[in-house]
Design a protein around this ligand. Structure first.
Ligand SMILES: [Zn+2]
Length: 242
């Protein structure tokens, strides 16, 4: 899990479990393909109705092991009021420079939850600034190739969908590692939108829906302002019909 080599991708999130819910199948797919991918949670989740920052840290480390993440780190930018000033920006810049990802994943900056939207803007800006040599931090400048947004509440027109059929069971196992957050009939904590059994059914339905868009069993959808280069248009549409 540790080590200080570079990674192919960093998945930034406002809260532990955001990544697993929205694109955990993609993380697991990257790892299965021999890529290196880390997860950075920008807050401790201290505003969550269920669990504590300590239980959420334990659960998030267990989930990271399940998807096979190269590392999982946590910053402390403030749950329920995520701060995006220069000091916070420099922490994200430093993280990007330390791990030198080719691709940075972030929440869509127009998301419903203000922490998600702020995280999306903060990471987008930091990914650019990380390439400016004159902004000095402990590590040298590094500019990722692209910022790609995963989807949470709002579903804008998607740019591409990743086939995550083989890793869908891994994603669901990682989600269930958050025992304090999701449906657990033995829990005595207050019920929330996330802890109702219907919530995990919605995640399943969304995976099926995005999968149907590309003709596969399960999919995870992404948005980016940088259109991907398609090497073979025909392969991209294999097995599909209008
Ligand atoms: Zn969140």
């Amino acid at each position: 899990m540790a080590g200080n080599r570079t990674v192919d991708a960093i998945f930034f999130a406002a809260h532990a479990d955001d990544i697993e819910l929205s694109c955990g199948g993609t993380v697991a797919k990257f790892i299965a393909e021999g890529r290196r991918a880390g997860i950075v949670d920008l807050t401790h989740g201290e505003m969550g109705t269920r669990g504590t920052p300590q239980t959420r840290l334990r659960e998030s480390q267990a989930a990271a092991r399940i998807v096979g993440a190269t590392f999982r780190e946590r910053l402390d930018l403030g749950d329920g009021g995520l701060r995006t000033g220069r000091a916070e920006e420099l922490q994200v810049i430093e993280t990007i420079r330390r791990w030198k990802p080719a691709i940075v994943f972030a929440p869509w900056p127009e998301e419903r939850h203000p922490d998600h939207a702020r995280a999306g803007r903060l990471v987008t800006d930091a990914a650019f600034y990380a390439g400016l040599r004159r902004i000095e931090t402990r590590h040298a400048e590094h500019r990722p190739q692209a910022v790609v947004y995963y989807l949470q509440n709002y579903i804008p027109p998607v740019t591409f969908v990743v086939d995550v059929s083989p890793t869908w069971p891994v994603k669901m196992r990682a989600i269930r590692a958050y025992k304090s957050q999701f449906f657990n009939p033995r829990s005595k904590e207050p019920q929330t939108f996330l802890s109702r059994p219907e919530f995990l059914e919605m995640i399943e339905a969304r995976g099926r829906h995005f999968g149907a868009m590309i003709g596969t069993a399960y999919g995870e959808a992404f948005v980016t302002k940088q259109p991907p280069k398609i090497d073979d248009v025909f392969t991209a549409y294999t097995g599909r019909e209008v």
